[in-house]
Unconditional design. Structure first.
Length: 229
């Protein structure tokens, strides 16, 4: 199940990065009481994630999936508030569908706005009991594909799931991520290459760069960003 996680300066983080994250989302239909199953929102108020009243959660699953859930709110005649739109922020549609299976309430995608489909990465396929093979989707992380296979397989049907890598791997990079990928050249100079939201994404890029023959005179390592310590 998706859970709330603590992170540096949560309210300011959501406010500062609203424009960067918004536009890579899906619109959800959820039960009116769905958010009651979530921890308290990380941020709630006026003009914090765009104009108007809204609340937002940064959520992480045990498999490492990280998403942001935003509810835009509107005032009711009785003085209360109600949700006008629920947004799940993630760059990839496959991860949005993955996230729905972790939410502690039923939800479905109404529309996709900016979250793109992947045709490379970790491809999850299903072999049914009639011997027919179907591609379910591609994921940016092996952990997401494996998690989806486990979630789908828990249904008890006579089907087999398999995961294989389709190159090139999608890389999720952020200027605000908590895990930093560094490089040192042959002269001992250190350079910050990228920041990632998860250690797994940072390791994915490190492995890809070390696999390139031209990189043999350089050393790469991963460290936790100082602002998240």
């Amino acid at each position: 199940m998706l859970k709330g996680i603590a992170f540096f300066d949560s309210s300011q983080w959501v406010a500062d990065r609203a424009h960067e994250w918004l536009g890579r989302w899906v619109i959800l239909q959820i039960p009116a009481d769905g958010p009651l199953a979530l921890p308290p929102p990380d941020v709630e108020g006026v003009d914090v994630v765009g104009p108007g009243l809204s609340r937002a959660w940064r959520l992480e699953a045990e498999c490492g999936l990280l998403v942001v859930l935003i509810q835009e709110l509107q005032n009711r005649a009785d003085g209360g508030v109600e949700a006008s739109r629920t947004i799940l922020v993630t760059p990839f549609r496959s991860e949005a569908e993955h996230a729905l299976r972790h939410l502690p309430f039923d939800a479905k995608i109404l529309s996709v706005e900016g979250a793109r489909d992947l045709d490379t990465g970790w491809q999850l396929s299903r072999l049914d009991d009639n011997g027919q093979n179907f591609v379910i989707g591609c994921y940016p992380r092996r952990a997401s594909a494996d998690c989806m296979a486990s979630l789908l397989g828990a249904g008890g049907h006579k089907q087999t799931y398999s995961v294989r890598l389709i190159e090139p791997r999608p890389v999720m990079v952020s200027d605000i991520g908590e895990w930093e990928l560094w490089r040192a050249d042959e002269s001992g100079n250190s350079f910050l290459i990228a920041r990632h939201f998860t250690q797994g994404h940072a390791q994915m890029q490190l492995d890809a760069m070390e696999a390139e023959p031209a990189r043999h005179k350089q050393v790469y390592w991963i460290s936790r960003a100082a602002h998240s310590a």
